[in-house]
Design a protein around this ligand. Sequence first.
Ligand code: C5P
Length: 401
Amino acid sequence: MSDRLNVVVGITGGIAAYKAVGVIRLLVLAGHDVQVVATDAALRFVGKPTLEAISRNPVHSDLYEGVSEVRHVAIGQAADLIVVAPATANTIAKLAAGLADDLLGNTILASRAPLVLAPAMHTEMWQNPATVANIAELRERGVTIVGPGSGQLTGTDSGLGRMVEPDEIVAAALAVVAPKDLVGKRIVITAGGTREPLDPVRFIGNRSSGKQGIAIALDAAARGAEVVLIGANLEIAAPASTTIQHLTVSHVSTTSELEAATMAAAVDADVVIMAAAVADYRPQSVAENKIKKETQGDRLTLELVRNPDILRQLSEARRDGQIIIGFAAETETNREKLLETGRAKVVRKGADFLVLNTVGWTEGFATETNSIIVINTAGDIVSEATGSKSSVAARILDLLS
Ligand code: C5P
């Protein structure tokens, strides 16, 4: 999954076609080459210029264009993965029958690449015996079906048939082609940032979004590991365990909740990855009611106490063979100084590996990309990566295999 893949994104004519833009965007950001094959009906819902700008490639839709290049088979032959999102009832029926009356049908028939469909239609169409039989037939042939989910449909009705969100489609699709090099490994990953309450409405927190930790969890699950993701105040939706196999997600907020959840989950884990940004201090006491300026006056002093160091506790409780990976987000921009800080920290924390990165007002936190250096206990650089958080996640997990 770490390598650049040739991904064909097929778009068919449902209103959810506008969400295909998100699918393409995520695949491009993850470093893959995306060729869009849209049906005529799809192009009535979403414009070619949008798809070309986002995919960074020409959009293919006409069976009779590029005939000299034998395009109707060339695109499918070159594909490593084909994702159809949305997949309408009509396209599902055509695929089940093996029809090739448009460019998408030809592309799919001419390809040996894994096929992933994200159906989108009204509940009645999804539950129609014809669709049920077509889906069963496609599953039987090894096609992966992602969703549909339940929720608001195009009209005023809601129910089963809604296309699942782009991030889940992309995660499920990439999981199909990921190397299965972590099968049988139990991996605990923390993500996000802890919050320490001051009163019922306020907290001390940090800007970690959880994106890097979630990317590691998704890649680990795709590679076959049994993953426990412990999210602390994630800024983006946590992946749904219903669409992603091998993944369990739980949510915590404070450092003490994160400590309890992580220590419990670590007991039978082969690997623990502490990607969460943990508050080093918490208010000594939490006010029962909202702290008011009317009673506090012009100054307010907060008394903070040290939080437990979860990473160090994990290292101290480490079982034989268990691997513990910590993160160190530093505002240090000088590479040598960053390494120096990291080398002292990896020893102090007792971790097997420490992932170092620079954070600042505009760097690291809540961004789509990351740049890391990984060191081992001896302080040697064992890996370096720059790119999307999912490509960085893959490099970190490569250390395990
Ligand atoms: O000490 P520092 O916060 O720089 O160390 C960062 C690493 O330690 C991260 O992996 C973080 O998840 C972990 N950590 C922890 N408990 C704390 C503070 C940080 O486990 N109280």
